[in-house]
Write a protein that binds this ligand. Sequence first.
Ligand code: CP
Ligand code: NVA
Length: 311
Amino acid sequence: ATGWKGKDFIGLAGWSPEEVEAFLHLAKQLKANKREWVTKAPLLGKSLGMIFDKPSTRTRVSFEVGMVQLGGYALNLNRQELQLGRGETIEDTAKVLSRYVDAILIRTHSHSLVTELAEAATIPVINGLTEREHPCQALADILTLAEHKGELNGKKCCYVGDGNNVLHSLMHIAALTGMHLSISTPKGYEPSPAIWQEAESIAQATGATLSFSYDPAQAAKGADAVYTDVWASMGQEEEKAERTQAFAGYQVDQALMAQAKPDAIFLHCLPAYRGLEVSAEVIDGPQSVVFDQAENRLHAQKALLLGLLES
Ligand code: CP
Ligand code: NVA
């Protein structure tokens, strides 16, 4: 049994390095023996309710397909189609869903809405992205890094761009796996100091390091992987023009990739905007593993679900 059975998965700060190791082991197994696991149907009769307050391609499809491949079922619950959209409280929604399904996945803006849902629910709640964290993404990220770079401990990963939810979860997972994470953002777009604290305290036990520079070239030096994400996240559409200006000079292009190791990989959680945070040459070039990374959402989340829900 894995350490996260029956628990909420709202963020990675509560995970241990041992749990991450168990997770990676299980995810690799599930990926390698996909067909075998389908016939085992370990989650037969189990269901996942998925509430999406924001758009999603990868999270939605990979969770739904992942449940089916494990013998379970997933329901897509758009807020507008629920009574939640007409003012039923999140607490009542949580209590009712707890009587029907075995876990709830939620993607929403506010992180506190997810914690409120989790407090009222009697079943595990999974964070499918908030403005603060995107922990499911980080699970797929380390699976991808492990596949392409082997042992994670001691590897250098560089993140260039916005200090957002994707970076926050990457900070947690890098700390948990003993990586060296170098971060570069423009002034005013740095990651949250609270997350930095959480990651630093995890890093003390694993030997991981976190570093920061406003100069992306400095941050990318000698990196094994270079990661970026959109400059304007969902909900920040109105800031797009202002952000495009602020982030000029932070595009991951060939010149920036040349600062990293020659065999460095390029990561992006997707969706991506070519010509903004990444050049087409890089994301569509030989160093890019973004579609492996997208595929790994499926395998990573199946491992998460199996660990959470297996009887
Ligand atoms: N990376 C990610 O979470 O993609 P979606 O927004 O398509 O789910
Ligand atoms: N930072 C992005 C990630 C999308 C998967 C957002 O929150 O929109």
